[in-house]
Design a protein around this ligand. Structure first.
Ligand code: 5AD
Ligand code: SF4
Length: 437
């Protein structure tokens, strides 16, 4: 019988994409993926280190899987991803992981498994290698949406962030490989492609930049929507926005993490922009593409953040009216510079600020959603669950449809109800691929 593996991925889009890379590598070596953890001979956890909470969740799950070894002594458990890179062999020695492989080491997973099976010696592979997984066509679960990692790693060294230490330096995937992956996604019926990277705007190949890349991907036929995450505000210029406006498939949404509204904190974070510069970028972009939706990340309780600093963050989110925000309280991470800063904000204050921030943003998110009421818009159906279908607007809002629809099909719908923040759409007509906006 074949060795069956099960993958549980935590964290960002990059980890989800890389779960597909791991599948492709394992399948090629003759292993077989299972969707059921109880059927598996090998369990991989792809972990995230960006906050302590994410690590604790993954460790909790790891311990649960370890418990399964009582009934299944041959079960192999591997910890992959950012935690593997950060904890290194401590995951073998202190936690009892059989396989530990950092984000650059997935190509050798089949060897690590074989060696472990033969020797029962825990395996650890955590060196960096500028890996880009060129030549690997990752498994893509959805038939409608697809992701392509275009660059990996980060050179920005925001002082709170562990990413540069666990994912290494920035490196770009070749244009040829990106186009090849896009073509394969399109051939499989994918309509919506997202280019993924820690900072996609930093993509480079010789004298080509991200705008050359996105223009090339936009030109491919056979699909309708092109997105990208994440963009660093310091790298976003008016030239970018003008180019996006000229693309046929660009979806009017940009995820642009602001982190804080206080210039003093932004500087301590090493973000490379001021609050006024950030506002100016968003306002200019909205002038060029009026329907553009913006989402953001906000971090409260960074060391030395005062109530006045925090109020600047509250002010800016009210000012900019983001469509949605991912909000976090500062979590001290190994390796990072912010660990050395004095004047840590007490846990209680961090929690309170996060609660206040969420309350403020929730009102904005709800108001933004309510603006959709009565509007007609094209939506792409991404998935279904019983009688309910989940569709997305080009501005990245999920619309629920309670009528029979086809996954992968674009429809014109009218938003006739908002439940909580979620728009409910009524189908008006089916849109042919050539007529998709
Ligand atoms: N603590 C809390 N949030 C963090 N993020 C990154 N590092 C930390 C940290 N140490 C958040 C940032 C980033 C998002 C992916 O996670 O807001 O944009
Ligand atoms: Fe982390 Fe900053 Fe890089 Fe984003 S840009 S991954 S926050 S170091």
């Amino acid at each position: 019988m074949k060795n069956r593996y099960f993958i549980k991925a935590y964290g960002c889009q990059m980890n989800l994409y890389e779960a597909g890379v791991v599948s492709a590598i394992m399948d090629q070596a003759g292993f077989e993926q299972t969707e059921s953890e109880t059927d598996a001979d090998i369990i991989y956890l792809i972990t995230c280190s960006v906050r302590n909470h994410a690590e604790q969740r993954a460790l909790g799950r790891f311990n649960y899987f370890k418990g399964m070894k009582k009934d299944k002594p041959g079960l192999i458990i591997g910890i992959l991803g950012c935690m593997a890179q950060s904890y290194k062999d401590k995951l073998n020695t202190e936690h009892g992981a059989d396989i530990v492989a950092g984000p650059d080491q997935y190509r050798i997973l089949p060897e690590l498994i074989n060696t472990f099976q033969q020797t029962q010696i825990p395996q650890n592979a955590t060196s960096f290698s500028c890996e880009n997984y060129e030549g690997i066509m990752p498994r893509n679960k959805s038939k409608t949406t697809g992701f392509i990692s275009i660059m990996r790693g980060c050179n920005n060294y925001c002082t709170y962030c562990i990413v540069p230490y666990v994912r290494g330096r920035e490196r770009s995937k070749s244009l040829d490989q990106i186009i090849k992956e896009a073509e394969i996604l399109v051939q499989s019926g994918v309509q919506d492609i997202t280019l993924v990277g820690q900072n996609v705007l930093a993509w480079r190949q010789d004298n080509l930049d991200f705008l050359d890349l996105i223009k090339a991907v936009d030109k491919l036929d056979g699909y309708t929507r092109l997105r990208f995450i994440t963009s660093h505000p310091k790298d976003l210029t008016q030239r970018h926005i003008q180019t996006f406006a000229s693309l046929k498939k660009f979806c009017a949404h940009i995820h642009l993490p602001i982190q804080s509204g206080s210039d003093r904190i932004l500087q301590l974070m090493n973000r490379g922009y001021t609050c006024a510069e950030y506002i100016e970028k968003v306002e200019t972009a909205r002038k060029i593409i009026p329907e553009l939706s913006f989402t953001t990340d906000i971090l409260v309780g960074f060391p030395s953040e005062t109530e006045a600093d925090f109020q600047k963050t509250i002010w800016v989110i009210k000012q900019l009216q983001f469509d949605f925000a991912y909000m976090f309280r500062y979590s001290e991470r190994p390796y990072t510079k912010s660990r050395d800063l004095n004047d840590k904000v007490p846990e209680q204050t961090r929690r309170q600020r996060l609660t206040d921030l969420i309350q403020t943003q929730n009102q904005i998110t709800a108001r933004k959603s309510s603006e959709l009421l009565g509007r007609q818009m094209q939506v792409l159906v991404e998935s279904k669950n019983g009688t309910q279908a989940y569709a997305r607007t080009r501005t990245n809002k999920i619309v629920i449809i309670k009528e029979p629809v086809k996954t992968g099909q674009t429809y014109l719908c009218q938003i006739d109800k908002i439940v909580g923040w979620t728009p409910i759409g009524k189908i008006l007509e089916t849109i042919k691929q050539e007529e998709v906006l």
